[in-house]
Every structure is written in structure tokens, then in C-alpha cells.
Write a protein that binds this ligand. Structure first.
Ligand SMILES: [Mn+2]
Length: 441
């Protein structure tokens, strides 16, 4: 008996998030219509039928075609006489794991009390993000503010970088009505306490040597003083840590906050596919029923201006592949988000194990974005080894980034033209990646 293999058959219009979640538990076959479902072969553990696809006829046909397979209709209104093999279930019930986690939450609650004590005296606190606030950091800041029972006046969420440009992030801020303040170095002094989320003090150099709180999922970065610190490098997102805190403290999570946190986890783990662990899946599962998925779709569909599409297309056409590495040079770009977008694209190319995209942003910094297939050498470590001396560099196992000022680039390679940068980056990565492969053999 093949009891171990869980196979799900999804029929109809389901969110990719949900499919991603179930693919962590077993094999997922997804078809758009009941007709297609009847053409599948093999045995399924459960059939998930989207409520719009449900009818008595369809459920009967499915039961005949797949005897002994329970059919679950999501969130549908139960008809007066439901077919016997069909259940109408709200998804949060399907998603909820047995809560053997209460103990863990109880322990976390003690940590939350500690955290609250650290900021209890502060009239006005700062929740500081890294210079390129992404959904995970923004959502984490919102969650921390909620956890500390503060508001826009008593806890400022801010960053020291430039105006946020990535369309999805702009849409997130607008649609969720989040106020992010662009701060100057001077502003930092004007707060009674400081908390960093999704980042650690050394990132800011000497600027914030003393902080009250650090909550982050990146690996421990040097040594620094913090009255409260929670560094969990095993988590796929800082939002995961804060979701657990909110749950532990039994704080009501609003639809807006749930949507933000869900989006934070989704983007940092690429829909639970990159560096996600069971905690991320659990946080995701918990948030999913409370989030506004319609709003989430609107955030994700944020539009790309036509001009950018053009430069995106041109750069892509000029890509090159060497030693199984996909390279693309975006040249000068206005908005940084195009670089990782391109790297994401490159890793989808058949036969490619590494994707490296780079471009000069704001005419001042070379940004290099790296992706790999995940089961090989850590991209974060490789990028750190290559660039830590001359810029900021790091990331996760399958995604990493380096930012180097053009000045430093010129100093390192002697020149700063596009041609020279291109050759330098290409040679560096080929050498680093192929060397490592030899070592591992
Ligand atoms: Mn993050």
C-alpha cells in the first residue's frame, strides 16, 4: 500500500499560495476544470474542489472516477442535501495543524513580556528598517508596533534609504495605508528607544551602535549590544518570528496586518519555496484565513511602467550563459528592483543552476543579484566571500545580493566602464562557482 504518498487533486481557481503550501505536504496536481480532472490517472488522497466548480453532477462523476477519495469544497455554502462523499469545509480548518504548539507559544509569551518591558518607558520609539524596505521588513515593523500596543504617534516606522520604488512595495504601502518615514542620520537621535527589524546594527556602520531591540532572520552579523535580541537564521522571514510573537501574546491580528505579514512571508520565501521551514509554513497557515487575498493580488499586480519593460526586454535579449551560469547586465537602471527581478527570471531557464543579474543603480552603486537552484553551495556565502571587503553583501542559500559603490568598483578593477564591469563580474562568478564544485567532489 502506498500510504506514504499524499497526492492532492486541486480543481478550479486556487491561489498559488495555497498550492505552494500543500506541495509541502505532498504531490499537488492542479487542473482548471472538472473535465480535466476526469482525465487524470492514479489515486488521490483528497480532491479539493473550488466552490464555483461544484455541482451535484460533477461531484457524482468525480466519486465514480475516484472512488474512496474524499472531496472537499472550500468555503462553499453547504447545500441542504450534500452528496455523501463531499464535505464543505472552511479552509482554515483544513489548514490548521494540530496545536501541539501551545507549549512553544507559552514560552514565546515570556519573551514578549521581556520585549515589552524594554520599550515600556519610551515616549517615542523608532522602528528602523534597512535602507531598501521590503514587504517582510515593513510587515514586521507593523507587527512589532501592534505587539507593543503603540500607534503612528508613539512608534515611528522609518528608514534611511531613498524613496521606495519597487512597484509592489509602493502598492503595499498605499493599499495597506502604511506610513513610512524617510529619516536622516540626524533624526535617529530623537527617539527614546530603537528597535531594528529584519536587519542588525552593523548594517548601519557606526550610526546605531546602541539599540534596544533587534529581531531578524539573517545570520548573526558581528557583535553588538542590544537589550533584547531575537536572531533566528533558520526562519524564512522576520514576519514568521513576529507572527509567532503576536500569537503567543494572543493579540488580535487585523486583516491589514495579516495581509502584510502573509505578503512578507510570501515574498521572502517565494511562496514558501525558498528557505522556508515548518515555522514559516505554520505562520502562513495561521495568517491565511485572516488575510485579504483580493488586496494581496492587487499588490502583486502592481504595474511596471512601459519604459522599464523596454529596458528589461533589451537587457534580457543580451544575456549570456557561461558554465551553466545565466548572466544579464542591466546597465544603468533607475530602480533597483529590476535587478533581482531579472535574476529571478534567469534561474527559470532550463539547465541553469546559477543566475547573476547586475546593474548600476542611481549612477552610484553596482547592484548584483544572485539566485541558484537551492541545493548547491550557498549563494549568500559565495557573495559574501566575493564582495564583503568592498561592499555590503549577503543573503540566503538560494538568493543573495551585493551592493558596491562605483568608486570601490573603479578602485578594485581600475576602470568603471560597462565593458570592464561586465568582464569582472563574469570572471569572478565563473571562478568562484566552478572552484567550489571541484572542492565538493
Ligand atoms: Mn526578511
Amino acid at each position: 500500500m502506498q500510504r506514504d504518498l499524499t497526492r492532492y487533486l486541486f480543481i478550479g481557481d486556487f491561489d498559488s499560495l495555497l498550492l505552494g503550501l500543500f506541495s509541502k505536504r505532498g504531490e499537488v496536481i492542479w487542473v482548471s476544470s472538472p473535465e480535466e480532472a476526469l482525465n487524470q490517472t492514479g489515486i488521490f488522497s483528497i480532491i479539493m474542489l473550488e466552490k464555483k466548480s461544484f455541482s451535484y453532477e460533477i461531484s457524482k462523476e468525480l466519486s465514480v472516477h475516484y472512488p474512496q477519495t474524499p472531496i472537499i469544497v472550500n468555503n462553499g455554502d453547504k447545500p441542504d442535501e450534500p452528496p455523501s462523499s463531499v464535505r464543505f469545509v472552511q479552509f482554515h480548518k483544513i489548514l490548521s495543524n494540530e496545536i501541539a504548539r501551545e507549549e512553544k507559544l507559552a514560552r514565546t509569551e515570556l519573551r514578549v513580556e521581556e520585549l515589552r518591558r524594554v520599550h515600556s518607558e519610551a515616549k517615542k520609539m523608532l522602528i528602523l528598517l534597512h535602507d531598501h524596505p521590503d514587504p517582510d521588513s515593513i510587515a514586521s515593523a507593523l507587527a512589532l508596533r501592534t505587539l507593543l500596543k503603540r500607534n503612528r504617534q508613539t512608534a515611528i516606522i522609518g528608514h534611511l534609504g531613498e524613496k521606495i520604488s519597487r512597484p509592489e512595495n509602493v502598492a503595499m504601502i498605499e493599499l495597506l495605508e502604511i506610513e513610512l518615514e524617510e529619516l536622516t542620520h540626524k533624526d535617529i537621535k530623537g527617539f527614546d528607544s530603537i528597535a531594528l527589524v529584519d536587519v542588525q546594527p552593523p548594517y548601519f556602520g557606526d550610526l546605531v551602535s546602541e539599540v534596544d531591540t533587534v529581531i531578524d532572520h539573517h545570520p548573526q552579523l558581528g557583535s553588538y549590544k542590544a537589550r533584547f535580541s531575537e536572531i533566528k537564521a533558520e526562519e524564512g522571514a522576520t514576519s514568521t518570528i513576529l507572527t509567532r510573537y503576536l500569537r503567543a501574546a494572543q493579540v488580535d491580528i487585523s486583516e491589514r496586518l495579516a495581509t502584510a505579514l502573509l505578503y512578507g512571508i510570501k515574498t521572502d520565501t517565494i511562496s514558501l519555496n525558498r528557505d522556508a521551514n515548518p515555522d514559516d509554513v505554520e505562520a502562513f497557515t495561521f495568517l491565511y484565513p485572516s488575510a485579504n487575498l483580493g488586496l494581496l493580488r492587487r499588490i502583486e499586480r502592481a504595474e511596471m511602467p512601459p519604459l522599464e519593460l523596454k529596458s528589461f526586454g533589451q537587457a534580457l535579449a543580451n544575456h549570456w550563459i557561461q558554465n551553466g551560469i545565466f548572466f544579464v547586465n542591466l546597465g544603468r537602471v533607475e530602480r533597483e528592483y529590476l535587478v533581482p527581478k531579472m535574476a529571478d527570471f534567469g534561474i527559470q531557464v532550463k539547465g541553469i543552476e546559477w543566475s547573476v543579474a547586475f546593474g548600476v543603480v542611481s549612477n552610484s552603486h553596482l547592484v548584483i543579484s544572485v539566485r541558484n537552484v537551492g541545493y548547491i553551495k550557498s549563494a549568500g556565502r559565495l557573495v559574501r566571500d566575493l564582495f564583503k571587503e568592498i561592499g555590503s553583501a549577503g543573503g540566503h542559500r538560494s538568493a543573495a545580493k551585493a551592493v558596491i559603490s562605483l568608486k570601490k568598483v573603479r578602485k578594485t578593477i581600475g576602470k568603471g566602464s560597462q565593458e570592464h564591469i561586465k568582464k569582472w563580474v563574469t570572471d569572478l562568478f565563473i571562478k568562484a562557482i566552478t572552484e567550489k564544485i571541484e572542492e565538493e567532489h
